[in-house]
Write a protein of this length. Structure first.
Length: 240
């Protein structure tokens, strides 16, 4: 089982790396335009938070080095995304973005790690407490794909829910759920299982509404949607 989980984990790493890199085209456009326009920073800030905590979880949990390596890579990539967003954000949003980054990407991870280390002396308990925090954050972040599904049903169009975003949510959740099952890791299994279910639901909605026309969005919002179809955005919790 250990060998099987290793190969499944490697496949999961490859898929996760592709998803982490998927917003590159979006940020390339931001750099070329020298403006973040209507793009939101919160998805990338939250992904950085999740990746950072999962990296620590993988480090303190025996046998979970595949979790720490891919999330360490993801954290590095998200730092670049967030830095570019701060650089090109309008003046009215720049300070707000910096404050949110400081709270969620600096203060919260330090506080969570310090709290688990001071409250629990046993390494296993520390690992479990961090796993609980990571899994909880991932489940909360699934409000984003839920919102996307609601928009699809309301507008009767999938233009605000790109196919590849749904596909990778489905595939990423499935692979890591299998890995978690082989590792007997409930903290990985629960949020990835949820991701797999939501990814399946999104693919079903895509099949139903793929030929429908987009209604009810402003021109500016439609332009952003078109951009997001060309490159995935970090709107789902990257589950590792």
């Amino acid at each position: 089982m250990a060998e099987a989980s290793f190969y499944i984990g490697v496949i999961g790493n490859v898929i996760s790396v592709l998803v982490f890199l998927s917003p590159v085209e979006t940020f390339w456009k931001i750099v070329k335009r020298k403006s973040t326009e209507e793009y939101k920073s919160l998805p990338y800030i939250c992904t950085l938070l999740g990746s950072s905590l999962w990296t620590y979880y993988g480090i303190v949990t025996p046998g979970e080095y595949l979790v720490s390596t891919v999330n360490g890579f993801g954290a590095l990539v998200e730092i670049i995304y967030v830095s570019l967003f701060v650089l090109y954000a309008p003046p009215r949003l720049k300070l707000h973005t910096i404050v949110v980054v400081a709270m969620l990407n600096v203060f919260f991870p330090i506080a969570a790690i310090a709290a688990t280390r001071s409250a629990f002396k046993d390494e296993k308990t520390r690992s479990q407490s961090m796993g609980f925090i990571c899994a909880g954050l991932n489940i909360i972040m699934y409000g984003s794909p839920l919102s996307a599904m609601k928009t699809v049903v309301t507008t009767k169009s999938v233009k605000c829910m790109p196919f590849w975003l749904s596909f990778f949510l489905f595939l990423n959740g499935a692979i890591w759920a299998v890995y978690a099952s082989l590792q007997h890791d409930v903290f990985l299994l629960v949020p990835n299982g949820v991701g797999f279910v939501f990814g399946t639901m999104q693919l079903i909605l895509y099949g139903i509404y793929r030929n429908a026309k987009l209604v009810g969005l402003s021109k500016g919002s439609s332009d952003i949607v078109a951009d997001e179809e060309e490159g995935l955005t970090s709107r789902v919790p990257l589950l590792t």
